[in-house]
Write a protein that binds this ligand. Structure first.
Ligand SMILES: [Zn+2]
Length: 412
């Protein structure tokens, strides 16, 4: 692969801001970054000039169920190709394929398919071209980056959302498949996934949860608090046991009250625990996000999409795991009318958070280095630095995406 030189008016690494700079990429990695007077451009380099634009790292989404009409639990190469190529056009260059609660057998089947896909891509030097279906996307998702044959997000691993969650706060997860926390079941999942589970969501108040959290953490899995009716003390016990993350903060959680601060109060006051937020203006009210950011600061809040198959598609009916979601005006609900994931893309989440008053560089960090750091991939993903993967996004001044690059490829 020849060297590509990307010139930008501004770059957010996002640890710092660089003006009038250039990034060199070769063989899928960043080989140089700095002011254009300081970086030596090799002859024969392909130039990409992003005049007036801001270049930021590709977004890292640790909670995403699907896109482009497909759900990760289908777990076929065609479904996963479609999901990864669709989200990349919206700037998401890495994902954790996120399961929803299903039977142990169904979950294992999905984990196996996803793991085979990840392992196959690790081995393959040149990823086969993906074909992105031509669709008219819903609400505020117009004009994503152009589809190019080799633009595709990388699946970094798996986020198990369920089955060890609270029946009282299950959201749309099917109640019959919800299970008591069990090391034996998690072992089955770990085996089926070839050790690729990176996050597991657990409700701390369920008997056996604390042991499972300890077990997960010992085996390199981030234990995440979610779909939970836990009180303050039960949440603190989970944090004590090693839980360090929380999924879709506020959603599917025992509500906060001044005499019963519960799981929300415990996470708001614990700086070591990161909180994912679905910043689509539908799942959480803007002022509630401001409370979250005001309390925890900008360094522990991550933007995640909780996106479903409906993402990047027109309204209609889609699958989430093994049940149906109905999408109207870009909002996903199950047959009973409960919110069922989103059609959010992280470029839109970024615009939403910036509109709430968050400085752009901090908002970029919430979608890039912070999620990468949460899953211990901070030097490789979510950062523009020498040696990191060449995953990046080109943003207009009004934060629309005009180009994206995944592992050195796809910038048209
Ligand atoms: Zn959920």
């Amino acid at each position: 692969m020849p060297v590509t030189a990307i010139y930008a008016s501004r770059i957010f690494t996002p640890q710092e801001q660089l003006a009038d700079s250039v990034i060199l990429t070769e063989n899928g990695r960043i080989t140089a970054i700095g002011h254009r007077d300081e970086v030596k451009i090799p002859s024969g380099a392909i130039d990409y000039v992003a005049a007036g634009m801001t270049v930021v790292p590709g977004f890292v989404d640790v909670h995403i169920h699907g896109a482009g009409g497909h759900d990760v639990m289908e777990a076929t190469p065609a479904a996963l190709d479609c999901i990864t190529s669709t989200v990349a056009r919206y700037g998401t260059t890495s994902i954790l394929a996120t399961t929803v609660t299903a039977s142990v057998d169904e979950t294992c089947r999905s984990l196996q398919g996803i793991a085979e896909y990840i392992r196959a891509h690790e081995k393959r030097e040149n990823i086969e071209p993906n074909v992105v279906p031509g669709v008219e996307p819903n609400n505020d998702q117009q004009n994503p980056a152009p589809a190019t044959p080799d633009l595709a997000a990388e699946i970094l691993g798996i986020h198990l959302e369920g089955p060890f969650i609270s029946k009282a706060r299950r959201g749309v997860h099917p109640p019959d498949a919800i299970a008591r926390p069990s090391v034996e079941i998690l072992e089955k999942f770990r085996a089926a996934s070839d050790g690729l589970i990176r996050i597991i969501t657990i409700a701390p108040e369920i008997p056996g949860a604390l042991d499972l959290i300890r077990y997960a953490v010992t085996h390199g899995i981030v234990a995440s608090i979610g779909h939970t009716d836990a009180n303050f003390e039960q949440t603190q016990a989970a944090i004590q046991a090693g839980a360090r993350h929380s999924v879709h903060f506020y959603n599917a959680m025992r509500p906060f009250s001044h005499r019963d601060p519960g799981v929300i109060g415990a996470i708001l006051t614990e700086p070591d625990v990161t909180a994912e937020v679905i910043a689509d203006g539908i799942h959480v009210a803007g002022p509630a996000i401001q409370v979250l950011l005001g309390t925890k600061g900008f360094d522990t809040v991550l933007l995640a999409s909780d996106a479903t198959a409906a993402t990047g598609m027109p309204d209609g009916n889609f699958r989430l795991g093994n049940f149906e979601v109905i999408v109207k005006d870009g909002v996903c609900r199950n047959a009973e009318g409960k919110l069922a994931g989103s059609t959010l893309t992280l470029d839109r989440a970024l615009r939403y958070i910036v509109a709430l008053g968050v400085p752009l560089i901090d908002a970029v960090r919430m979608a890039t280095i912070l999620p990468a750091r949460r899953i211990s991939l901070a030097g490789k993903k979510g950062i523009l630095a020498v040696g990191a993967d060449a995953d990046l996004v080109v943003l207009t001044p009004d934060l629309r995406i005009v180009g994206a690059m995944t592992r050195g490829a796809g910038l048209a």
